[in-house]
Design a protein around this ligand. Structure first.
Ligand SMILES: Cc1cc2nc3c(=O)[nH]c(=O)nc-3n(C[C@H](O)[C@H](O)[C@H](O)COP(=O)(O)OP(=O)(O)OC[C@H]3O[C@@H](n4cnc5c(N)ncnc54)[C@H](O)[C@@H]3O)c2cc1C
Length: 507
């Protein structure tokens, strides 16, 4: 008989190999906020480890969940910066806009940064602290079956679920009372209720003559015409985001119970549609159903500043604006799928409104930063900032601020005193900020453009506002044969803003 050592027969998880790592910035969570934070920090000189528990990047925007990226409303306020850069690469690599290829576009953008070590399939599950600082996090690597211990000077929580709150960082959960923040939509009595989780579906229109039968699994819920949301049970190319529950449960602790119920509802809704006697589902088939519910809301950190409904309504005119939002305060009812009223209420918000730096660092853990839906905001404010275009801007701002802190030996809180430098750096790196003007480099100020080929006002090119705004264009158009000849493109006319101008001259 072969003798097998006891510890091979009965290994314990704690005896699994441990790989120690050390870096400047450790970012937990690779959704749109984490991806943009990592790229921004890396490009600004920080060594970054990005730990993501899934095999793909993108969080709710990934092929695993499939939410589309929304952001500030209005034709003038599309997010620029890293998000736009990623989206442009996506159009180039992935003209059919397929989700799985989008995953690899995000992967490509992160892998292209030499300063980023990307760790996929590893879940951060332990956090070590010493004197109000995080010293290390521990992650379990699912595919390599080992522990990773990551030490860093700054940690950033982009996990959505705020896993680093176990450091003792202050946080809030639920809807604030009016007494606390005086918000018009605040609750008379604060509660722990939130928006819920959703499992998305994708249906595909097919030739109605082509019969594709659908037999529901045993766990599909039987839904009738009397269900409060029955009016929505129609075939659509939309993603059924209103199949939502969990707002009156705990969207973290009860996540699996919620998922099982979502499966049952999602298949029940599709059974209702597909097998309806009026034939509404004949020309459709179920193309895809998610397995990973997207979470809308749970833990939000308490930061240096807490963004409120009033701040948003007053257009967020902060001295330390580092990002902007412009989606409505899109607040879902907590009863969600069982609620007879509207699936959501869009409380008006101006677009754009500024978001201050203070929402990006923990009030009490000295080296903890945050970006994404878990920023320091009330429930009402977060119901607007949660959209992924805004999360991406917050990520770029947080990553840039972290690099600035590391470069100067500052804490995240101390970066607040260097806000002008942070703002200028962000604008130099194509993150537009409402109400601010980019200080143009001398090179751009001095650059000459061959006059007869330029449409527009050169003063507008150099006024530092850098996009089309309601009061006019802050760029010039350069016709074929004009400035663009300089870089060898002859055929097209181009809109050139000062940012492009600088970037091209520096190439
Ligand atoms: C159903 C639904 C519909 C929505 N509709 C829209 C919409 O139409 N448009 C829009 O813009 N926004 C929409 N939102 C909101 C938006 O998707 C979220 O607010 C946004 O994804 C938050 O971004 P994030 O980067 O903070 O987190 P996430 O996108 O959640 O990314 C966080 C990532 O961190 C990972 N992670 C978590 N814990 C750990 C850990 N311990 N270790 C390592 N990694 C970890 C997660 O797996 C995830 O990939 C919707 C949300 C939901 C749920």
């Amino acid at each position: 008989m072969n003798e097998i050592p006891q510890n091979v027969l009965m290994p314990s998880m704690s005896s699994a190999p441990l790989e120690a790592k050390e870096t400047d910035l450790c970012i937990v969570g690779g959704g749109m906020s984490g991806v943009c934070a990592a790229i921004a920090a890396a490009r600004n000189g920080a060594r970054v480890i990005l730990v993501q528990d899934r095999p793909v990047l993108g969080g709710n925007a990934s092929s695993e969940v499939r939410m589309w990226i929304c952001g500030a409303l209005g034709r003038f306020y599309k997010e620029s910066g890293l998000l736009e850069e990623i989206q442009l690469l996506n159009v180039y690599r992935n003209p059919g806009l397929k989700y799985s290829i989008w995953d690899t576009v995000l992967y490509e953008k992160v892998r292209a940064e030499p300063n980023i070590e990307l760790i996929l399939n590893a879940a951060v599950c332990e956090v070590r602290t010493e004197a109000e600082r995080i010293t290390a996090v521990k992650a379990w690597h699912l595919t390599r079956q080992r522990w990773l211990e990551i030490k860093a000077a700054i940690f950033m929580d982009c996990s959505g679920d705020s896993i680093l709150r176990f450091s003792g960082a202050r946080y809030r959960w639920g809807r604030e009372g009016t007494l606390a923040y005086g918000e018009a939509q605040g609750r008379e009595i604060p509660d722990r209720k939130t928006m819920g989780n959703s499992l998305l579906l994708q249906a595909r229109e097919i030739d109605p003559a082509q019969h594709v039968p659908f037999v529901p699994p045993f766990f599909a819920r039987k839904l009738g015409e009397d269900h409060p949301r029955a009016k929505l049970f129609k075939p659509t190319g939309d993603n059924f985001w209103w199949i939502e529950i969990g707002g009156e449960q705990d969207t973290i602790a009860d996540a699996d119970v919620i998922r099982d119920e979502l499966y049952s509802i999602a298949y029940g809704v599709w059974d209702f549609i597909k097998n309806h006697p009026d034939g509404r589902g004949h020309g459709w088939e179920l193309e895809w159903i998610g397995a990973l519910p997207g979470k809308r809301e749970n833990v939000r950190y308490v930061g240096g500043t807490t963004l409120t409904q009033q701040d948003i309504e007053a257009q967020g005119k902060f001295e330390d604006t580092i990002a902007y939002g412009g989606w409505t305060m899109d607040d879902h009812p907590t009863q969600a799928f069982e609620y007879a009223g509207a699936e959501t209420t869009h409380h008006a918000a101006p677009s754009p409104y500024g978001i201050p730096y203070g929402v990006l660092y923990s009030e009490n853990i000295e080296n903890l930063m945050v970006a994404g839906r878990n920023l320091s905001a009330t429930h009402m404010a977060m119901s607007s900032t949660r959209v992924m275009g805004t999360c991406a801007l917050l990520g770029q701002a947080a990553g840039t601020a972290a690099a600035l802190a590391l470069g100067r030996g500052l804490s995240p809180r101390q970066v607040a005193a260097h806000r002008v430098e942070l703002q200028n750096r962000l604008m130099d790196q194509d993150q537009w900020l409402p109400g601010l003007r980019r200080v143009l480099p001398d090179l751009t100020e001095r650059a000459q453009v061959s006059g007869d080929k330029v449409l527009g006002d050169l003063a507008a090119l150099r006024d530092g506002r850098e996009r089309r705004l309601p009061d006019g264009d802050h760029w010039v158009q350069v016709e074929d044969g004009g400035f663009w000849n300089f870089v060898g493109r002859r055929r097209f006319g181009w809109n050139v803003c000062a940012w492009w101008f600088t970037a091209i001259f520096m190439m």
